[in-house]
Design a protein around this ligand. Structure first.
Ligand SMILES: *Cc1c(COP(=O)(O)O)cnc(C)c1O
Length: 225
C-alpha cells in the first residue's frame, strides 16, 4: 500500500480543527491507492485528466465525490457531466456555458469553482480580478444547470513563503468581493479551494475552505510510467 497513513491522519486533524475539507488528489495513482484511502473514510478525490477520471469512476465505489481539478477542455465536459461532484478549474465563461449545457443533458446541476489567476507565472490558467468582477450576473443567472459556489487558485511554485502567502491573501480578498457581488443574485460563495502539498498550511491560515493534496498522501508522482 502506498498511502502515507501518519501524514493522512495528521492532515485530517489539522483540517478538522479549521473546518477545511480535504480533496485527496489521486491523479496518476492506481485505483487500489484510492480504495485504501476510501477504506479509511476518505470520500473526496481529485483528478486532472478526463479519461483517467472516467475509468476510475467506473471501477471505484459509487459514493465517491469526484472533483475535477485539471484544465477542462470544453469538448470533454460531456464525459464527466453525468457524475462529477465539483469542477474546480472553470477558467472561462465559454467553458461554464458548455458545462451548463452538458449538466442540463444529464439532468443535473453541477457545482463549479471559477479559477483565478493569482500566481505570477504566465502558464497558469484562470480569470484575473477585472474579468472576475466584470462577469455579468444576468448572464450567470441564465445558466440554470450550473452553480458557481466558489473560487480556486494556485500559488506560485516557489520556496518564497511570503510570496505564496501574499497570493493566497489576494485570492481571499477577491473571494470576499466576488461573494458580496453574487449575494445580489442570492448565491454567496461557500468554497475557497486553495492549498496543495507544499503550501496547504499557509492556505489554511489565509482562509482556505478546501485543500487539494496529492503527493503528501500518495507519494511523488511518476509521469513516465
Ligand atoms: C496535482 C494538483 C494538486 C496536488 O498537488 P500536490 O502537490 O501533489 O499536493 C492540487 N491541485 C491541482 C490543480 C493539481 O493539478
Amino acid at each position: 500500500m502506498a498511502i502515507n497513513l501518519p501524514e493522512y491522519n495528521s492532515i485530517k486533524q489539522q483540517l478538522q480543527s479549521n473546518n477545511v475539507k480535504l480533496v485527496a488528489v489521486s491523479k496518476t495513482k492506481p485505483a487500489q491507492d484510492i480504495q485504501a484511502l476510501y477504506n479509511l473514510g476518505q470520500r473526496d478525490f481529485g483528478e486532472n485528466y478526463v479519461q483517467e477520471l472516467v475509468d476510475k469512476q467506473a471501477s471505484l465505489p459509487a459514493d465517491i465525490n469526484w472533483h475535477f481539478i485539471g484544465h477542462l477542455q470544453s469538448n470533454k465536459a460531456k464525459y464527466i457531466a453525468p457524475f462529477v461532484h465539483l469542477i474546480h478549474g472553470v477558467d472561462s465563461l465559454k467553458l461554464l456555458k458548455e458545462v451548463n449545457k452538458q449538466a442540463f443533458k444529464s439532468n443535473r446541476i453541477i457545482n463549479c469553482l471559477l479559477q483565478v489567476h493569482i500566481a505570477q507565472e504566465e502558464t497558469k490558467f484562470g480569470f484575473d480580478e477585472q474579468e472576475l468582477l466584470g462577469i455579468d450576473l444576468n448572464e450567470l443567472t441564465l445558466l440554470a444547470s450550473i452553480k458557481v459556489i466558489g473560487l480556486m487558485g494556485m500559488a506560485s511554485f516557489t520556496e518564497d513563503t511570503g510570496k505564496v502567502r501574499a497570493e493566497f491573501k489576494t485570492l481571499k480578498t477577491l473571494f470576499d468581493k466576488f461573494s458580496a457581488k453574487l449575494s445580489a443574485i442570492n448565491q454567496p460563495l461557500s468554497v475557497l479551494s486553495m492549498g496543495m502539498s507544499g503550501d496547504y498550511k499557509i492556505a489554511v491560515e489565509e482562509g482556505s475552505t478546501m485543500v487539494r493534496i496529492g503527493s503528501l498522501l500518495f507519494g511523488a508522482r511518476d509521469y513516465n510510467k
